[in-house]
Design a binder for this molecule. Structure first.
Ligand code: KIV
Length: 283
């Protein structure tokens, strides 16, 4: 069941996002829950159910332990909460890399079981065949190059990429390979600004930056990072609110009121029906 009225649902599609190249910036955020998706939906073009949910919601050290069932559960929740944004669901580590066929079976399950409009896969040249296989079979794919967190165990760190010009070649090749294979957009994560500018100029599909450049065709951030709910955030995050502090304040007020018995007060408890009528009549 959706928390949105079915008649109001009119979503962006992958081709709508693809057509935005070089036009108005594409606003994107991550979302993992139905109710946060409902708040974000009016303001964004695209919602990503990112595998960062493993770190943000579950406290894992990396995205590697995230399972397909976790992605499907949260993907479905975000679909229930939104009606306008294109919802893209990340394929988690170990569910797509082995072959284009494996990627197709995983992506088909995600599309069928969540109702989302596209999937995202990490990797460049090595994933181009997978991207082509999926797009030719009706699965819109968003690419993801630069820092690819699912490869943390071979990369060794979450450091930004391409800060030496000599490192640019393979990253540019990755972006071009994914675009040529049919991806409808590409996330550029944590890379030197001039490299992101160059990729954005040279690929035919929209680039969505995270720690990349304002010249990208769109931007994405992890919602909890921008709200101030994450304990550690990378340099590229701008914190637009300090909700962690607000939560602490609210919870501390609640705890004090429970301890001094000022909560619940009369307005938060149920009086006997007759007593309530008498009280209303005597006013
Ligand atoms: O999982 C994620 O949150 C991502 C980021 C690029 C936003 O992939």
């Amino acid at each position: 069941m959706s928390i949105q009225n079915a008649a109001d649902i009119r979503r962006n599609t992958a081709p709508d996002i693809r057509a935005r190249k070089g036009r108005e910036p594409i606003v994107s955020l991550t979302a993992y829950h139905a109710h946060t998706a409902r708040w974000l939906d009016a303001h964004v073009d695209l919602l990503l159910v990112g595998d960062s949910l493993g770190m943000v919601m579950h406290g894992f050290e990396s995205t590697v332990p995230v399972t397909l069932d976790m992605m499907i559960l949260q993907g479905h929740a975000v679909m229930r909460g939104s009606k306008k944004a294109l919802v893209v669901v990340d394929l988690p580590f170990g569910t797509y890399e082995a072959s284009p066929e494996q990627a197709f079976h995983t992506a088909a399950r995600v599309l069928k079981e969540t109702g989302c409009g596209a999937v995202k896969m990490e990797g460049g040249v090595r994933m181009a065949e997978h991207v082509r296989f999926l797009t030719e079979r009706g699965v819109p794919v968003m690419g993801h190059v630069g820092l690819t967190p699912q490869s943390i165990n071979t990369l060794g760190s979450f450091r930004a990429r391409g800060r030496e010009e000599s490192e640019w070649g393979p990253i540019l090749d990755d972006a071009k390979a994914i675009a040529d294979a049919g991806a409808f957009s590409i996330v550029l994560e944590a890379m030197a600004e001039p490299l992101a500018v160059k990729i954005t100029k040279e690929v035919s599909v929209p680039t969505i930056g995270i720690g990349a450049s304002s010249a990208c065709d769109g931007q994405i951030l992890v919602l909890e990072d921008l709200l101030g709910l994450s304990p550690r955030v990378p340099k590229f995050v701008k914190q637009y609110a300090d909700m962690g502090r607000l939560i602490e304040e609210a919870v501390s007020n609640y705890a004090n009121e429970v301890r001094d018995r000022s909560f619940p007060s009369a307005e938060h408890v149920y009086a006997l029906k007759n007593k309530a009528k008498q009280d209303a009549g005597s006013k």
